[in-house]
Design a protein around this ligand. Structure first.
Ligand code: AMP
Ligand code: MG
Length: 344
């Protein structure tokens, strides 16, 4: 199959909507990461998404809507708290999970009787949903297991020959996938951190951070968000998280500066490092780290990195999402610098 790459302008959106109505999969920009969009109500279209990504079929898809009225057909009920959160954070990078209606096929929900719903803020995503007149199932547009795409070129790299069209809407503004929550009457459970932070949600209700957000699941653990059990976001290189201050980070990396070793480092750390650097935003600026994270992981592949050292990001704000993705990219490999020095 030939893969077209078009600007996400009127003509691009029109063609994209046509393809989606005929059951095809289209690469679509959103404010979080690029998605692979198809008709969420058509099991065959959902199956095409799984095939294009090589995604395990029990890992559910998020359904994207463009106005709030669309949700009523998709869910079998929602708590009042969901209306308040939607009012505050939609359109935007928040995904909420509800019991699904009969209209939503199990092929879209990975066999679950719940459905995850989000209203994206990116104008091209909204236009594609409106023009096709359908709710769109859309996971991140990477091959399963690879870093998520934040540029159209990333999507082309992974999906060339697998889908008919990619719409280029520029670089994604948030850079990490949406926050995923299960909504109760008075509290929410955070299953995946993202652009809508714990601090922001806490202004409306209690927020329970699920164990799987920062800890490796053990065999037999109950998994509320099936995506959490899979290897994720991983480049070819081994990613290693270094937990320590700037000085000990720089010292550790420089002491291990052999061929193939790279550092993902803040602007402030770069001048002191003796290895090739993948610039990783400003020190303590979590939003800038989130924006470039996946691009830098992909760049490490292009540059042939064997090991990439990254300093543990701060957990506040969108930093929790950055840490969550890095932990998975690193397979939970963390070196605590103080302890390492004590032992060595
Ligand atoms: P991605 O499509 O790559 O952004 O990943 C979407 C993630 O949302 C999945 O990996 C799931 O963990 C989560 N998700 C989607 N639908 C549900 C659901 N019905 N219940 C729990 N988690 C869900
Ligand atoms: Mg994904």
């Amino acid at each position: 199959m030939e893969t077209k790459l078009l600007a996400a302008d009127e003509a691009g959106i029109r063609l994209g909507a046509q393809l989606i109505r005929s059951g095809e999969v289209v690469g679509m920009p959103t404010e979080t990461v690029y998605g692979l969009a198809a008709n969420a109500l058509d099991p065959a279209a959902a199956a095409r998404i799984y095939k294009a990504k090589g995604r395990p079929s029990d890992n559910p898809l998020i359904v994207h809507i463009a106005d709030y009225a669309m949700i009523d057909r998709l869910v079998a009920g929602k708590p009042l708290l969901a209306d308040r959160l939607a009012e505050a954070f939609w359109p935007g990078p928040l995904t909420m999970i509800f019991p699904k209606s009969e209209l939503v096929p199990f092929a879209t929900t990975g066999g679950l009787d719940t459905v995850a719903v989000r209203m994206p803020s990116h104008p091209a995503a909204q236009a594609l949903i409106r023009e096709s007149g359908l709710p769109l199932a859309a996971p991140s547009a990477n091959l399963s297991g690879r870093p998520s795409p934040t540029k159209a070129s990333h999507v082309l790299h992974d999906m060339d020959g697998r889908i008919p069209l990619i719409l280029d809407g520029g670089e994604c503004q948030v850079g990490v996938e949406s926050t995923v929550i299960a909504v109760g009457e008075e509290s929410v459970r955070l299953l995946r951190p993202g652009g809508i932070t714990v601090e922001m949600l806490s202004q409306f209700c209690d927020v329970i951070v699920d164990d799987g957000v920062l800890h490796q699941l053990k065999e037999g653990d109950q998994v509320l968000s099936p995506g959490m059990k899979y290897k994720h976001y991983a480049p070819q290189a081994s990613v290693v998280l270094l937990d320590g201050d700037r000085e000990s980070f720089v010292r550790y990396v420089n002491e291990h500066a052999v061929d193939g070793v790279f550092a993902m480092a803040a602007e402030e750390e770069i001048p002191e490092l003796l290895v090739p650097v993948l610039p990783f935003g400003g020190e303590g600026d979590e939003a800038s780290q989130a924006r470039v994270l996946f691009d830098r992981l992909r760049e490490s592949d292009e540059k042939g990195a064997k090991t990439v050292y990254v300093r543990m990001p701060d957990q506040s704000g969108v930093g929790l999402a950055v840490l969550n993705r890095l932990l998975r990219a690193a397979g939970f490999h963390i070196i605590r610098l103080g302890e390492e020095e004590n032992h060595g």
